[in-house]
Design a binder for this molecule. Structure first.
Ligand code: 13P
Ligand code: SF4
Length: 328
């Protein structure tokens, strides 16, 4: 998205654009950021697109509008860049569900029991967990990576049990599933979805594979956020879409394909169902981090190995992927 002034031009947005020029920064924003932030960003994307785009940035500074694991990924793939995250507290329930010491103990137990496995880890994980993994996947490349794991290995899939279960279905590979989930996608109300479908029988339901099976089985299309955009882009005539993912995604869909109607699938406890971690980033915090040069993602020892697993999984074409010595 071009760095033009946003429609609702307020003082903070103008300050950001000026500071951005002054420090030499590129703003990357995930589709789950609110519309103001997506509008201001130079690049919007899903986890995979943003990780790849971060490697092409030529400015010295990257402001990552997303959550901590995404900003860490950008840093690991671009060690020479200064990577800023507007709010360092922007975490993720999936990251929290896989403590690295617990994973290391579980892997050890599997090895002691003679199990030959590779660990395939969702990018929504800590750098320490990535360093314990053989592969990193996003919702955008998970199926391709799972198919690359040689048949003689079992797959330990960490930490999202719903994405793992979905991947088992589409690839036919049996997996050992870690018991983690996304607090946003976990709580969509199936009852409300069915009610909406009854009210709008013509509507197309699109759902993220982080949703539980009881939601996915009512979806017409299942895919990561970038795949959802591609799918919606195939419909030229005005349609209604029921959207089972973080609702800020609808801002991106609306701005690209305004002819359609987008209705959020409500959560069981909250009709808006926004990700509270993503919501920590604000225009004010973006301005402040550009002005202060912090919070900055600082290199951690575990990044040394995690970056190799990331690069092998996200950047290298299948035929040239090096085999890293871990997990068997
Ligand atoms: P994608 O960006 O891969 O669609 O993942 C969604 C998500 O939950 C990010 O936190
Ligand atoms: Fe984590 Fe879910 Fe929020 Fe994404 S939407 S950052 S997976 S809690």
């Amino acid at each position: 998205m071009p760095a033009t002034l946003p429609n609702v031009l307020d003082d903070v947005a103008a300050e950001i654009l000026e500071l951005k020029k002054k420090v030499g920064a590129t703003i990357l924003a995930h589709y789950y950021q609110n519309g103001e932030i997506q509008e201001l960003a130079d690049i919007t994307g899903d986890s995979l697109k943003l990780a790849r785009e971060a490697t092409k940035v030529d400015s010295p500074v990257i402001v990552f509008c997303g959550v901590l694991f995404m900003a860490e990924t950008a840093k690991m793939l671009n060690p020479a860049k200064k990577v800023l995250l507007p709010d360092l507290q922007a975490g993720c329930s999936l990251v929290d569900s896989a403590p690295p010491d617990k994973l290391a103990r579980y892997q050890e137990m599997l090895r002691e029991n003679g199990r030959k496995f590779q660990t395939v880890t969702y990018i929504n994980s800590s750098a320490k967990v990535k360093a314990l993994s053989d592969w990193i996947v996003t919702s955008g490349n998970a199926e391709e990576i799972v198919r690359r794991v040689p048949d003689e290995y079992e797959i330990l899939f960490v930490p999202d049990k719903h994405l793992g279960r979905y991947l088992q279905d589409v690839t036919g590979r049996k997996m050992i599933l870690w018991d983690g989930s996304c607090m946003v996608h976990e709580i969509f109300s199936v009852q409300d979805l069915l009610k909406l479908k009854k009210q709008r029988p013509e509507a197309v339901t699109i759902a993220h594979p982080e949703c539980p099976q009881n939601v996915l089985e009512h979806a017409d299309y299942v895919g990561g956020t970038e795949a959802m955009i591609r799918h919606v882009g195939q419909f030229a005539e005005p349609m209604t879409f029921l959207v089972a993912t973080e609702p800020n995604m609808m801002w991106q869909l609306q701005s690209r394909f305004p002819q359609h109607t987008y209705l959020p699938v409500p959560g069981v406890t909250c009709s808006c169902n926004n990700c509270p971690h993503m919501a920590l980033n604000t225009l004010e915090k973006i301005r402040d981090c550009l002005r202060d040069g912090q919070p900055e993602i600082v290199w951690q020892p575990e990044f040394d190995r995690a970056k190799d697993v990331l690069a092998k999984s996200l950047l290298n074409p299948p035929t040239t992927a090096p085999v890293l010595p871990v997990g068997d």
